[in-house]
Design a protein around this ligand. Structure first.
Ligand code: PLP
Length: 392
């Protein structure tokens, strides 16, 4: 603990005393919130609240068992069917979180005879899922499709290390939108690379759902790659506004996961309120397209203004906009000073990002008004000047 503190890597929990939203109350002060994944403002949407309350009245507060024993309600199956239709796939299986979707999925479908090829900046849950597998693992530099192709060519020409036997399955895994940089994976070329050696492709679209594609169908829809991405992982905890994760793909995949995925088999299913809120969220996303439009209008304005102020916002192309600072101490101090100026924007430091890539990460949502964004930008300008990050 002392070492973490002296390296400016110790992170205390920030405690909110209000509901999640575009403005939150922290330590008795109201701050413009630029740190939530609540892209469409659905955490507090009236229709989701109403659906959740009705589910509590009718079905109680807990599901009482794991899915495979007595914890599958008809509403769990209905949510999965609705998600499958929304995503344009044959079948969906939900998990308690996006994290457990990956840690359940990856070791179930890969083993000793297989290879997992993973982007260097993939989410921790993909990394942990791969670590739980007995498969061989290779990592390619972030978004570098030429390097990915080299790994794939080498794997298909030379087979498994030691024995030279061909791999049974090669699984390429990438985030759709990268959570710390906000850049979009170059999926069209990744698909071609995977297809060139007959590899399967897994896209974890936690930050793409609700944000990209028609009505927020995600990165695969954004690029028109339906049926060319074998497996999609999604979360219900970000734009969908509640909690959970899912795996979307062929029916046989759903089936094997119901038999072998350990978080599915050994951890209790979602309570009714969560399931009902997620189902209502899917309807809202399709019936209120203005939310996604507002999200993007806010995103474009905020990004352009940060760049105009002279901040380094990296390669972001989505509502996630990092403001890069380099060392953890500066990021921590910047965030503290923003708090003083009325803005809640959390620093992201090692081990979430590399030691020299500390940043304050911002996310705008559909729920931010022009006034919220104006006052946030004013605070960034002031603190940037004070800490010498913007020159002017
Ligand atoms: C947030 C995130 C997850 C985890 O989702 P939860 O539902 O919060 O567990 C998984 N993958 C990626 C890429 C994420 O950004």
């Amino acid at each position: 603990m002392a070492a973490l503190r002296s390296q400016h890597l110790y992170r205390g929990l920030r405690i909110l005393s209000s509901a999640q939203g575009p403005v939150v109350e922290v330590d008795g002060r109201r701050l413009v919130n630029l740190s939530s994944n609540d892209y469409l403002g659905l955490t507090h949407h009236p229709r989701l609240r109403k659906a959740a309350v009705a589910a509590v009245e009718d079905f109680g507060v807990g599901s009482g068992a794991v899915r495979t024993i007595a914890g599958t309600l008809s509403m769990h199956e209905a949510l999965e069917a609705e998600l499958a239709e929304f995503k344009g796939v044959d079948a969906v299986l939900t998990f308690q979180s996006g994290f457990t979707a990956n840690t359940g999925l990856i070791p179930t479908i890969t083993g000793e005879a297989d290879l997992i090829v993973s982007d260097a900046l993939n989410h921790a849950s993909i990394i942990d899922g791969a670590r739980l597998s007995k498969a061989t693992r290779r990592v390619y530099p972030h978004a570098d499709v030429a390097a990915l192709q080299e790994v794939l060519d080498d794997a298909s020409a030379n087979g498994r290390p030691g024995t030279g036997e061909p791999y049974r399955l090669i699984l390429v895994a990438t985030d759709g939108v990268f959570s710390m940089d906000g850049d979009i994976a170059p999926l069209p070329t990744i698909v071609e690379a995977a297809e060139s050696v007959g590899a399967a492709l897994l896209v974890d679209d936690a930050h793409g759902s609700g944000v990209l594609g028609r009505d927020g169908r995600g990165t695969v829809d954004h690029f028109g790659l339906h049926r060319r991405v074998d497996i999609q992982v999604g979360t219900l905890s970000k734009a969908v506004g509640s909690l959970g994760g899912y795996v979307a793909g062929p029916t046989a995949l759903r089936e094997i996961l119901t038999q072998r995925a350990r978080p599915f088999l050994f951890s209790t299913s979602h309570p009714p309120a969560v399931v009902a809120a997620c189902r209502e969220a899917l309807r809202v996303m399709q019936e209120e397209p203005g939310l996604q439009a507002r999200l993007w209008a806010n995103t474009e304005r905020f990004k352009a203004e940060l760049a105009r102020l002279g901040f380094d916002t990296g390669r972001s192309a989505t509502p996630i906009t990092p403001v890069l600072m380099g060392d953890p101490e500066t990021a921590m101090r910047f965030s503290d000073r923003l708090t003083g100026a009325g803005v809640f924007a959390q620093p992201v430091v090692f081990p979430t990002v590399a030691m020299d890539k500390a940043r304050v990460r911002t996310i705008v949502t559909a729920a931010h008004t022009d006034d919220h964004l104006d006052s946030a930008l004013e605070a960034f300008a002031e603190v940037g000047r004070e800490l010498g990050l913007t020159g002017s």
